[in-house]
Write a protein that binds this ligand. Structure first.
Ligand code: HEC
Ligand code: HEC
Length: 368
């Protein structure tokens, strides 16, 4: 049956709807506060998650230089920056896999194992510092490490890397474009700046961000319960701010000692007793995708990781239902990958083919 309303009836209907809309928050308020099952955390709690996720991590977005980012992307994927021309940043931090290799410890040059689990490069730039122990100040400084690390890309010296890049006309042109005011743009520091610039665009907005921006439907009821628990039991004490971590160093095993005491974290840098077992609190963005967990990869599932955190950091045993709610909440931090931005470039010498003799044919192995 079709209901046909005349003009006057329509007007009354619209007015009534408008009144209902205006009054709805006021009318709902008493029942919402009276309801103990309400999972929406107080707005104060949400403010502990800091400011909204930015679009990129450039301190001055107005100075973004696209040529620098493009060069950084080329270098990020460049296997020839490794001794045996077989490893790039992307080997251990594959960008289509949320920036992790899923190995307990990464395989570097000649399959050597590094000492720690590889963290993700997504949303890493805004951390207080880089690495599990914060030994590099920022992504620009960090990027200069792996290329020379003997168990990672194993290049013999910064000079060799610079020499290699200078021998490739496509890179010569790319560095000139990225650093237009410099007479000698191919330097090891500039390589770090370019890779760092690329990493400053690795941002992944997630359903949790939509929820914070006011889209109540962006989280399921279970995720909202998890969020409530996350703040009420104290995970937020360490995993706070926009990145749910990345902003402080904390003791791993604060309440109950961590089972694996081999890697003592920041103590290895500072030799201070107060730094024993102190690590950077990792960001929990995309954590559902970045297994295995912890610097020592001692948990393979998020479920296990959350139980360990509750026990060792908070002295609590969680029920299965609580743990599952927390897992669900952390899944709401899985963001969208910037697929166009991370598209693997055709290598510079494909773009502008160098003459064969321009790129050293001699493998770097002969430098041993
Ligand atoms: C052989 C594997 C491997 C390669 C190659 C590699 N990394 Fe890593 N990366 C790691 C591991 C392992 C860590 C953690 C080491 C630590 O904390 O002591 C790490 C840490 C990082 C971090 C710190 C993230 C954070 O949250 O603190 C960034 C950023 C990063 N790598 C970027 C890069 C870039 C850029 C390259 C290429 C220049 C690169 N990595 C090459 C394995 C690798
Ligand atoms: C006292 C500080 C503190 C508290 C409280 C805390 N964490 Fe952590 N969390 C850390 C630190 C530090 C690490 C890194 C440990 C390491 O070195 O592996 C970490 C690591 C994690 C990881 C692994 C991340 C990764 O990428 O490997 C997860 C998941 C996690 N925490 C979730 C939680 C949850 C859920 C809670 C609440 C039940 C919680 N944390 C409470 C400090 C804390």
């Amino acid at each position: 049956m079709t209901v046909i309303l005349n003009c006057w009836q329509k007007a009354v209907l619209i007015v009534l709807l408008a009144i209902a809309l205006i009054l709805s928050p006021i009318l709902c308020l008493p029942s919402a506060t009276a309801q103990p099952t309400n999972t929406q955390p107080a707005i104060d709690d949400l403010s502990l998650f800091g400011q909204a996720l930015p679009k990129n991590f450039f301190p001055k977005p107005e100075t973004i230089n696209p040529a620098l980012i493009d060069l950084g992307r080329d270098l990020y994927y460049e296997k020839r920056l490794s001794k045996h021309e077989d490893i790039s940043c992307n080997s251990c931090h594959p960008l289509t896999q949320y920036g992790v290799d899923h190995q307990p410890r990464s395989l570097g040059d000649r399959s050597q194992l590094g000492g720690r689990n590889a963290p993700t490069v997504y949303n890493a730039a805004p951390h207080i510092a880089q690495f599990w122990d914060g030994r590099a100040a920022d992504v620009e400084e960090q990027a200069k490490g792996p290329i020379l690390n003997p168990v990672e890309m194993a290049m013999p010296s910064p000079e060799t890397v610079v020499e290699l890049l200078k021998s490739n006309p496509a890179y010569v042109a790319a560095f000139q474009q990225a650093f237009p005011n410099e007479a000698d743009p191919i330097t090891y520091d500039n390589l770090g700046k370019a890779i760092g610039a690329f990493e400053r665009g690795l941002v992944t907005p997630a359903p949790f961000d939509a929820y914070r921006a006011g889209d109540d439907a962006a989280l399921t009821e279970q995720q909202k319960r998890g969020l409530q628990l996350f703040t009420s039991i104290g995970c937020i004490g360490c995993h706070n701010g926009t990145y749910l971590g990345g902003q402080s160093y904390q003791k791993l095993g604060l309440v109950e000692p961590w089972p694996n005491q081999i890697d003592r974290g920041r103590y290895q840098l500072t030799q201070k007793d107060t730094d024993r077992m102190v690590f950077k609190v990792p960001s929990l963005r995309n954590v559902a995708k970045t297994y295995p967990y912890f610097h020592d990869a001692s948990a393979t599932t998020l479920y296990e990781a959350i139980r360990l955190m509750a026990r060792h950091q908070l002295g609590r045993e969680l029920t299965a239902a609580q743990t599952e709610d927390l897992v669900a909440f952390l899944e709401s931090l899985t963001g969208d990958l910037p697929l166009a931005y991370i598209q693997e470039p055709t290598s510079p010498d494909k773009v502008a083919p160098p003459k064969a003799q321009d790129w050293p044919k001699r493998s770097l192995t002969t430098l041993e």
